[in-house]
Design a protein around this ligand. Structure first.
Ligand SMILES: [Zn+2]
Length: 337
């Protein structure tokens, strides 16, 4: 009897230790994301669902050479407690990126970054780890796909509203970068052939109306021609203060946001007509003012897009705007493996 009990106990020990092994084997996959911006670099460890496990932020110094910046990034990456477990790193950065080769062709606000083989240089530093690089708008779209649509979207467009108007496209659950890597430039859809000049060289682009500096210029002109006042002498006028004015009930501020919504809506209607996406996620700093422009944008979509396509498309405001770059970069690592 005693022997039988001993055997039973031994079986339990075996069972529990094997369960323990399974638990170790089923440890979640982790990926490293690096979001290089004009002001700062965010680095983080993210799981396969897009949840951030640990993150760090370092300043971005435009005066430093790309090599110096890369050395700093790799130094920081090695400080993470899960560094050894991570096999793949994803990096997102603004500019013209050759994603296949991982080369930064140029970056408009980081002038020293010309023809920088970012992937190769980081891989050299992080011996044995794979690195994937893409443009920040594509990376943000991937982030939105993971955490805003929870991977439920099949065809999705992410539109970033800020200083400029950017975009990224997901088709059949994969980032669509186009033939030379520049797909998704939704900010440069022409909405008026006679419209204001845009820094891209064209004119009448969505960005030439609602990119922050263009939008503010429009408001300044509007104030001059109508005599309406939005700000007092010496007060700053930008999207943030305009949002605050609208929140306080200022009718002129609200009218300006409706103008913003109209121009955005015309662009979104074109996106819906061409791509027939099931989701559009709006992100970027200016998206926080969406309560004042989205209704007008939706009216414009209803007026211009194919009814069936407009009804199919779910438009949401990202709940993760500030983190999309970092999460998306890590998911770029996951997708690329
Ligand atoms: Zn343009």
């Amino acid at each position: 009897m005693k022997k039988k009990l001993l055997n039973l106990g031994f079986c339990f020990v075996l069972l529990f230790s094997s369960l323990g092994c399974t638990r170790v084997l089923a440890q979640e996959e982790l990926y490293m994301g690096v979001d290089i911006g004009g002001q700062s670099i965010k680095i983080g460890v993210v799981n396969e669902k897009g949840e951030i496990k640990e993150e760090r932020k370092v300043g971005m110094d435009n005066q430093k050479s790309p090599q110096e910046v890369i050395a700093e990034i790799t130094r920081e990456i090695k400080k993470f407690k899960d560094y050894e477990r991570i096999k793949t790193v994803g990096i997102g950065m603004p500019g013209d990126i050759n994603a296949q080769k991982g080369v930064v062709r140029f970056s408009p606000n980081l002038l020293k970054w010309k023809e920088v083989p970012l992937k190769g240089l980081v891989e050299q530093e992080l011996e044995g780890k794979k690195v994937h690089v893409d443009n920040d708008a594509n990376v943000a779209a991937l982030g939105a796909y993971y955490v805003d649509t929870e991977q439920k979207a099949t065809n999705m467009v992410c539109v970033t509203l800020g200083t400029g108007v950017g975009g990224g496209i997901v088709i059949n659950k994969k980032i669509y970068t186009g033939s030379s890597g520049s797909a998704g430039e939704v900010g440069h859809i022409t909405i008026d052939e006679k419209g204001p000049d845009c820094q891209c060289g064209s004119n009448g682009c969505i960005e030439a109306y609602i990119g922050e500096k263009y939008f503010i210029k429009y408001i300044e002109n509007y104030m001059k021609t109508t005599g309406k006042r939005l700000i007092k002498e010496g007060e700053a006028l930008n999207c943030k203060t305009l949002y605050e004015k609208a929140q306080k009930g200022d009718e002129t501020a609200k009218e300006m946001w409706r103008f913003y919504g109209k121009k955005l809506g015309i662009g979104l209607a074109t996106i819906i007509n061409i791509l027939n996406p099931d989701s559009i996620v709006i992100c970027g700093g200016v998206s926080s003012a969406s309560a004042y422009f989205m209704d007008t944008a939706k009216k414009e979509i209803k007026k211009r897009a194919y009814a069936s396509a407009a009804e199919t498309c779910k438009i949401t405001i990202s709940k993760n705007t500030a983190k999309l770059g970092l999460i998306g970069a890590a998911m770029l690592a996951k997708e690329g493996k």
